[in-house]
Design a protein around this ligand. Structure first.
Ligand code: 2E4
Ligand code: SF4
Length: 333
């Protein structure tokens, strides 16, 4: 009797050398976790629909999952019916948006990340002390609009070192800088250096504005990406921190790096001749999307991923106080 053992799988030398490294930390940060849970709990507590001003976080899968549960995402408050409940996104809003909501008798739940709120406080403090504030960030990004709205008459946007020559301030001895929370650390430091060259008395923020999660994800992608043939970053196209991870990977030495919303966007051609693949995700990305990418690689003969730990994270934020109060009042706390 002969037993069929099947065809022995013989790996080519190239296949045998293949590796996949997975960044840790990656994906959800404390502020995103809090914001997404805020919308979920608001839906449970008040019932659908719950309105959300702007995408709660910049991830199309998160948004569509919450839409399926009854959230309605709007661009501006005039799309929200009078008296309805509206959640403000993790990126923060200007005081004008709070005032508009009050005027329209909307019930508001503020899911702004506490680390964004911290930057708003810094803006108010420097403005109260009559500083000119140089806000490093990307024009049109919601976080920048919210922070700048705290003191529009004191704040001007600086996007890159190229903008520095054109800065006009009232008193070169009273200039401070702040930044968006999700920028490239290295690029921001270049911009700060250029600003400081023009204004040597420049005042720094009291603590880092680029948050711990952004910094850790950039550190992690450098570690797994500097010698990679390909770095796949999972995240949406409007997610600043996700887009930065592609740039940081390339800057660190990765031969190629692409951002995808999910595995369906990976192009087969990207894998041609690729031995070492590294994978990470932005702060607004649910991990099942990353697992989908690993599954895609496994189906093409890549081995299980090795998780590379670059930093430990344990921060958790309490839910917005206005939501906690309503949860308690409903006897669900
Ligand atoms: C709020 C502040 O700012 P970015 O475009 O990276 O936002 P995203 O929603 O992708 O990430 C979460 C977040 C939210 C980051 N900082
Ligand atoms: Fe907050 Fe940082 Fe997460 Fe943004 S990336 S939501 S600032 S913890």
């Amino acid at each position: 009797m002969s037993i069929d053992l099947g065809t022995p799988s013989v790996l080519t030398p190239e296949e045998a050398e293949r590796s996949v490294q997975l960044a840790a930390p990656r994906g959800y940060c404390a502020g995103v976790d809090r914001a997404v849970i805020t919308v979920e709990k608001a839906l449970d507590l008040y019932g659908a629909p719950v309105y959300v001003r702007k995408q709660i976080v910049h991830n199309k899968h998160v948004v569509s999952t919450l839409e399926d549960r009854g959230a309605i995402f709007v661009e501006e408050l005039d799309e929200v019916p009078e008296g309805a409940t509206v959640v403000f996104s993790a990126h923060g809003v200007s005081p004008q948006v709070h005032a508009d909501a009050a005027e329209r008798s909307l019930k508001t739940i503020d899911a702004t990340c506490p680390l964004v709120t911290k930057v708003h406080h810094e803006a108010r403090r420097f403005a109260a002390d009559d500083y000119d504030i140089l806000l490093i960030g990307h024009e049109g990004h919601e976080e920048v609009e919210g922070t700048a709205g705290e003191a529009p008459e004191h704040i001007q946007l600086v996007q890159s070192p190229d903008d520095v020559a054109g800065i006009v301030v009232r008193d070169p001895a009273k200039v401070a800088w702040l930044s968006q929370t999700t920028l490239s650390v290295d690029e921001t430091m270049e911009t700060v250096a250029a600003i400081r060259e023009r204004f040597p008395l420049l005042i720094d923020p009291p603590s880092d504005d680029i948050c711990y999660a952004t910094q850790n994800r950039q550190l992690a992608v450098k570690e797994i990406g500097h010698d990679a043939d390909l770095v796949i970053v999972v995240g949406s196209g409007n997610s600043s921190n996700s887009v930065r991870l592609v740039e940081v990977a390339l800057e660190a030495g990765a031969k190629a790096s692409y951002r995808v919303d999910d595995a369906s966007e990976i192009e087969e051609a990207w894998l041609e001749g690729v031995t070492k693949v590294s994978v990470t995700s932005g702060a607004s990305v649910p991990d099942d999307l990353v697992q989908g990418v690993l599954g895609f690689l496994a189906a093409r003969g890549y081995p299980d991923a090795e998780v590379v730990h670059s930093a430990e994270e344990s921060l958790i934020f309490a839910l917005p106080p206005e939501l906690r109060r309503d949860i308690r009042a409903a006897g669900r706390g």
